[in-house]
Design a protein around this ligand. Structure first.
Ligand code: HEC
Ligand code: HEC
Ligand code: HEC
Length: 220
C-alpha cells in the first residue's frame, strides 16, 4: 500500500514535469506537492499550471485572495500554510516564455530585448521547427504550451522591457530584480488609479502598455 502511494506520487511528479529528484524527495518526506495541490484546487479557475494566470503569485498574495474571498476563493481556507507555500513555489518555478527563450533561442537570435524575432507568433515558430530552419528541428521536443509561452514573450517582451525601464525601474528596481514580479495588469492599473506611491503620474500609459509591462513581470 505504502509502496503504491510512493509510486503513484513519483508517476504524478513525472507527468507534471517535476524533476525526478524532487519526486523522490516527496516519497521520503511529507512535503506537500504544490503541483498536485494546484491542479486540485486552482486549475479549474486559473488554468493549468503551465499556462496559469497566476504565475508568480507568492503565498502572501494567495492568502490575501483566500481571506478576502476574492472570486469565491474563501472556500480554500482549509489549505494549510505549508500547502499554500508549496503552491506558491510551483507557481514560481513554472517554465515561462522568457526563460524558455533564454535557454533555447538566445544563442542564435540574441536577447529578448533586441531579438530580430520579436513579434513571431507560435505558428511561425512551429513552422520553423517543423521545417528545420537553421537547424531548429531540435526544438521538436517543445510542447505547444511552451512554444506559445515563447511566442508570448516574443510578442510582449521588447515593448514591455523598454516600458518597464522607462516607467517603473526607478522605484521598483531593474527588470531582472523587480520587486513587482507577478503583478498583473489589474494590479498595476489599481496602483496607478489609486496613485499608490505617486504612481498616478503614470496614468498616460495605455492598457496595451500596461499589459506589455505585466507580461515581462511574469518572466524573471
Ligand atoms: C472558484 C474559482 C477560483 C479558484 C478555485 C481559485 N481562484 Fe484565485 N481567483 C479567482 C478569481 C475570480 C480572482 C479575481 C480575478 C483574478 O485576479 O484573476 C482570483 C484571484 C486570485 C489571486 C489574487 C489576484 C492577484 O492580484 O493576482 C491569486 C494570487 C489567486 N487567485 C491564486 C489562486 C490559487 C493559488 C488558487 C488555488 C489555491 C486559486 N486562486 C483558486 C478565482 C478562483
Ligand atoms: C542553431 C541556431 C538557432 C536556434 C537555437 C534557433 N533558431 Fe530560429 N532560426 C535560425 C536560423 C538560421 C533561421 C533562418 C534565418 C532567420 O530567419 O533569421 C531561423 C529562423 C527563425 C524564425 C523565422 C521563421 C520564418 O519563417 O520567418 C523564427 C520565428 C525563429 N527562428 C524563432 C526561434 C525560436 C523561438 C527559437 C527557440 C525555440 C529559435 N528560433 C532557435 C537559427 C536558430
Ligand atoms: C515614483 C515611484 C514609483 C514608480 C515610478 C512606480 N511605482 Fe509602483 N509603487 C510605488 C510604491 C511606493 C508602491 C507601494 C509600495 C509597494 O507596493 O511596493 C507601489 C505599488 C505598486 C503596485 C501595487 C502593489 C502590488 O504589488 O500589487 C504595483 C502592482 C506596482 N507598484 C507596479 C508598478 C509598475 C508596473 C510601474 C511602472 C509602470 C510602477 N509601479 C511605477 C512606487 C512607484
Amino acid at each position: 500500500m505504502r509502496a503504491r502511494i510512493k509510486n503513484g506520487m513519483i508517476l504524478m511528479g513525472l507527468i507534471l514535469g517535476c524533476s525526478i529528484g524532487a519526486a523522490t524527495a516527496y516519497a521520503f518526506t511529507p512535503v506537500p506537492d504544490g503541483e498536485v495541490l494546484y491542479a486540485n484546487n486552482c486549475a479549474v479557475c486559473h488554468g493549468a499550471l503551465d499556462a496559469s494566470a497566476k504565475i508568480g503569485a507568492n503565498s502572501t498574495l494567495i492568502n490575501y485572495a483566500i481571506s478576502g474571498n476574492i472570486g469565491g476563493m474563501g472556500s480554500l481556507s482549509s489549505l494549510a500554510p505549508d500547502e499554500i507555500q508549496a503552491i506558491a513555489t510551483s507557481l514560481a518555478t513554472v517554465p515561462r516564455g522568457a526563460s524558455l527563450y533564454a535557454s533555447n533561442c538566445v544563442a542564435c537570435h540574441g536577447g529578448l530585448s533586441s531579438t530580430a524575432k520579436a513579434g513571431a507568433d507560435s505558428t511561425t515558430i512551429q513552422n520553423a521547427i517543423t521545417a528545420n530552419t537553421g537547424g531548429m528541428g531540435t526544438f521538436a521536443t517543445l510542447t505547444p504550451v511552451q512554444v506559445q509561452a515563447i511566442a508570448s514573450a516574443l510578442t510582449m517582451a521588447p515593448a514591455g522591457t523598454a516600458l518597464y525601464a522607462g516607467n517603473c525601474a526607478a522605484c521598483h528596481g531593474v527588470i531582472t530584480a523587480s520587486a513587482k514580479f507577478g503583478a498583473d495588469s489589474s494590479r498595476i492599473q489599481n496602483a496607478i488609479g489609486g496613485d499608490t506611491g505617486g504612481m498616478g503620474a503614470l496614468s498616460a500609459l495605455t492598457l496595451d502598455d500596461i499589459q506589455a509591462i505585466s507580461a515581462v513581470l511574469t518572466s524573471p
